[in-house]
Design a protein around this ligand. Sequence first.
Ligand code: SAM
Length: 325
Amino acid sequence: MTATLDSFGRSINYLRVSVTDRCNLRCLYCMPPEGVPKISHNEILSYEEVRTVVKVAAKLGINKIRLTGGEPLVRAGLPKLIKMLSQIEGIQELSLTTNGTLLKKLALELKQAGLSRVNVSLDTLKADKFQHITRLGKLNDVLEGIETAKKAGFHPVKINTVVMRGINDDEILDFARMTCEEAWHVRFIELMPFKGVAGFVPSGELRQHISLLGKLEPCASVTGNGPATYYRLAGAKGTIGFINPLTDTSFCSRCNRIRLTSDGKLRPCLLGEDEIDLKKALRNNASLEEVKRLILKAVVSKPEHHLLKKDSARVVKRRMSQIGG
Ligand code: SAM
């Protein structure tokens, strides 16, 4: 099935599905210490509803699904959803973004259910700082989770690192060195201006800093669906990627995705405010034709580019955990 083109000729083949707004961490840049008001359980899409959306999306050329949250692994029975989605014709890749704290317990089951890949978010390699950034987590749980994922057969494990001035920007070289020793694909992500977020560091600065360790050779061979650009230090087992939503002016031209929030809203753009209410249609017994029409509406209403700037006063109203990062 060929992917549907949006109004700017981009091929949209990727759906990010948030399965919960709940998280077992409270990362500084993502949630306030007390958390955010929880969406009630009956407002969250059931696994059957998610399956219906993915089935229809697959008929429109969506072939990659990423499950996210909140923390997707805190939702009960997630392997069941993975199994359901992996059986849908046309879905070629089913991946998960997680904070890694529950991977030790679940990695094998996820693999057996049909999950293709995992990305683990990890912003520091220091135990005390990990506790400071996440407010609730233990670094060791994540490191053990990554090891378990590797043993379960997830290759490569990608590590997502959000860089914050004065918090973890002193660890850039440590992360870069990790790619020499381990087959880690570390991706540095520019901090996005969600509510209550500060400490932006442009990726260009990171690249300059990392070049102290040696030349960064462009590396096109890492598979990915996103707008990251990859490099490798000479002789390194892993790679270093940069995801620059704020400083890369061509970032949005490579966007291939739409998002489904846990409460059933389709978002054409992570950093926009437009939402299309799919849950209402699903719960009013809409026909599959109507579901298809709404998904197409999200595709064609994707903006050409987001309007955020690093120093912009404008912030996205929902938090990342409520949208699905
Ligand atoms: N709990 C999962 C996890 O930790 O990966 C999935 C959800 S989390 C919201 C998804 C990703 O969004 C994480 O990599 C997180 O670091 C990133 N994120 C959250 N807030 C962000 C922000 N303001 N700027 C950049 N990335 C952010």
